[in-house]
Write a protein that binds this ligand. Structure first.
Ligand code: HEM
Length: 187
């Protein structure tokens, strides 16, 4: 834990990228949660259909710039994070990361479509609440998967197997005292 902190401080860029990644995730996902739980229900009850439509179009125009910036920051900082972590991780890390990446790409697609103006994605905007719900649920899953990745230790931190078979009993158990075993790992 302490050594991890020192490692992060040893590379200020790693720390800055982590901050940017988390801030961008908060911005993008927080915006989607706000839109789903507060903005759209309020517009539906407080404004008539035409006024609501034009109000939401104005909000979308402003929010899309923030969202596109957050997505760009997520991709740049995410690629940097990958370059720092993935090489030394076990297969479970790679599997969970691949799943996270696919879900993140799906989120980017829906989020951009919902704030865009293209006719091709109008069908999605006609069912905004449904697709916003999908974005929020997938976003929460992505955050949980990311938190899990943080707990997968590097391969180099895993205890090594005993180098010499002669230190094992006939039943396959390691017969050396724990202290001696840990000395072997450190060597
Ligand atoms: C919806 C989009 C995304 C969200 C909500 C998200 C969220 C997060 C969060 C909350 C963390 C944990 C940060 C920490 O504990 O310091 C994280 C870490 C990470 N993210 Fe993302 N992320 C997204 C997209 C991406 C993308 C597109 C990439 C790659 C191109 C990426 C790569 C990574 C990596 C490698 C880590 C470090 C995992 C580790 O601790 O080993 N993320 N992400």
């Amino acid at each position: 834990m302490e050594s991890e902190f020192l490692l992060a401080m040893a590379s200020p860029l790693t720390l800055v990228m982590r901050w940017l990644h988390i801030l961008a995730a908060i911005t993008a996902l927080g915006g989607a949660i706000f839109a789903l739980l507060a903005l759209h229900p309020t517009v539906a009850t407080a404004l008539d259909a035409e006024a609501g439509k034009s109000f939401l179009a104005t909000v979308r125009g402003r929010w899309s710039k923030v969202l596109h910036t957050a997505i760009l920051v997520l991709i740049i900082s995410g690629v940097y994070n990958v370059s720092q972590t993935i090489g030394d991780r076990p297969p479970v890390y790679h599997m969970v990361f691949t799943l996270k990446l696919l879900l993140a790409l799906a989120i980017f697609f829906f989020a951009i479509a919902l704030t865009g103006r293209s006719q091709a994605t109008q069908k999605l905007r006609d069912h905004t609440t449904k697709w916003l719900t999908v974005v929020v649920v997938l976003g929460v899953i992505v955050v949980c998967l990311s938190g899990f990745l943080r707990f997968v230790p590097p391969k180099s931190a895993e205890p090594a197997a005993p180098a010499d078979a002669s230190i094992q009993s006939p039943t396959g158990e390691n017969t050396l005292p724990a202290a001696v075993g840990s000395t072997i790992v450190e060597v």
